[in-house]
Ligand binder design. Sequence first.
Ligand code: NDP
Ligand code: PYC
Length: 335
Amino acid sequence: MTTRIPYAELEALLRAIFLRHGCSEPVADLLAQNMAGAERDGAHSHGVFRIKGNLGSLDSGWLDGKAVPVLEDVAPGMLRADGKNGFSLPVLAMAAEPLMDKARTNGIAVLSVRKAHHFSAVWPDIEPFARQGFLALATVNSMASVVPHGGHRKLYGTNPLGFAVPRAGRDPLVFDQASSAMANGDVQIARREGRQLPEGTGIDRDGNPTTDPNAVLEGGALLPFGGHKGSSIAMMMEIMGAALAGSDYSFEIDWSNHPGAATPHGGQTYILIDPNRGAVNSFADRIEVLIDAIHAAGQARLPADRRYANRRDSLANGIPLADDVLAEIRRLAGS
Ligand code: NDP
Ligand code: PYC
C-alpha cells in the first residue's frame, strides 16, 4: 500500500532524522530539501532510499554532519572549496551566489570542491543555476564500482555528469546521468525488488557478464555505459572531480574502518556559463529551434520531462511512499 504525503511533511520528517544523527540545522535543512525533492520528482535512487547510507556515514564518524565548508576565491573565474569532510550540499549553498557573480562578470566561472561527500542526484545542484539563466555543467566522482573498458577490476565511480540549460518561460532542459550502465542505487533497488538487470550492466567477481544484482554488488562491478566511450567519460569525471579539485580518486576512497559508511568524499567541479555572453544569436531562441527539431525528428520525451511531470503530480497530490517506508521514516524521525 502507498500513502501520499505533502512535500513539507516529508521534508520535516527527514530534517528531524538528520538532526537526530548529528547534523547541524543548516545541513539537516539542505539534506532534507534535497532528499524530499528527489522523492517528489520520482528520482527514487537518490530519495529516501539514501537515508540508511547517509546515517551509516554519520553514525560511523566517516562524515561530519556539522562541517562548515571553506570557500577560497583563487582566480577571477575560479572558486575553490573544501567541504571539510561534510556533505557537498552546504558547499554549493555557500558558493552559489559568488559563483554566479563570477559567471556574470567573466562570462564563465568554475567551482572545484574537495573533501565533500556527494551522495545525491546532480540535477538539484544545477537546475537552480539554469533557472537563474546560466548553462551549468557538473562533474562528480564517487566510490569505485565500475570497471574501465575491457578491464577486470573496479576503478571508477558511477561518476555522474549533469548539464542544465535555461529556457525562456519553461522549466530548464536538464540531463543528469551516471557514467556507468546503471547507477549503483538502481542496482540496489533491483536487488531489493528481486529484479534482474538488463544485459550489459555488470560483471560478477570472476569478470563474467551477469544480470544478477547480487553478483554485481558482492564482489562484481558495473560496466561503463557505451563501452569505451562511457569509460572515457568516467575517466574525465575522475580527473575533473579528484585531480582538479584535489580530492580522492574513487579507487582511493576507503571506509573499511567505518562500518555502515556509504558516502564518497570525492570531488566535484561545477562550470557556469552566461549564454548571453557566448552566443551571437539569441541563445533562448536557438535552444527552442533545437528542441523543436528534436521533437520533429521523433523524440517525444526530453531528459527531465519525467521528473517535472512527477513534480507537478507530487506537489498537487502528495508524494507517494510505500506504507512500510513511511512508517520507518516516522520511526527514525521519532514521531
Ligand atoms: P537515468 O539513466 O535514469 O537517466 C539519465 C538521464 O536521461 C536523466 O536526465 C533522464 O531524465 C534522462 N532520460 C531517461 N530516459 C530517457 C528517455 N527515454 N528519453 C530522454 N531522456 C531520458 O539516470 P542514471 O541511472 O544514469 O542516474 C540516476 C541518478 O543517479 C542521477 O540523478 C545521478 O546524478 C545519480 N548518481 C549520483 C552519483 C553520485 O556520485 N552522487 C553517482 C551516480 C549516479 P529524467 O530524470 O526525467 O528521467
Ligand atoms: O547511485 O551510483 C550511485 C551513487 C553513487 C554515489 C551516490 N549515488
